[in-house]
Ligand binder design. Sequence first.
Ligand SMILES: [Zn+2]
Length: 129
Amino acid sequence: MTTFHGSCHCGSVRYEADIDLAAGTVKCNCSICTKLRFWAFIVAPTAFHLLQGQETLRDYRFGAQRDGHAFCSVCGIHVFTTVAAGPFVAVTVASLDDLPVDALMAAPVRYIDGRNDNWHTAPAEVRHL
Ligand SMILES: [Zn+2]
């Protein structure tokens, strides 16, 4: 477990997260993940610490309203998603500032067919995710 730091584009939102690189990342093809081109590390809620920016974060929710897709209201960057059913926090790979690219490339990727409610199965096509 290593502590990494992330932020939105304008710097209003900053966080740190304890990430297990060997556990890898997830990509999903559900409606919101497709729109976001979501790519994330999953961490326990206790492993996620918002350092600043609570006041500029907005929490987009849809459907059952369970999951909060948190983005910066100043610059619009999606930073993380809180998932009640885990519970877990999914921090976006793109928001991490100090994760070396070679470490990211070495981490396995797990694909999820969320579009068809197969949350434990990879979809047939993953290249666009
Ligand atoms: Zn921002």
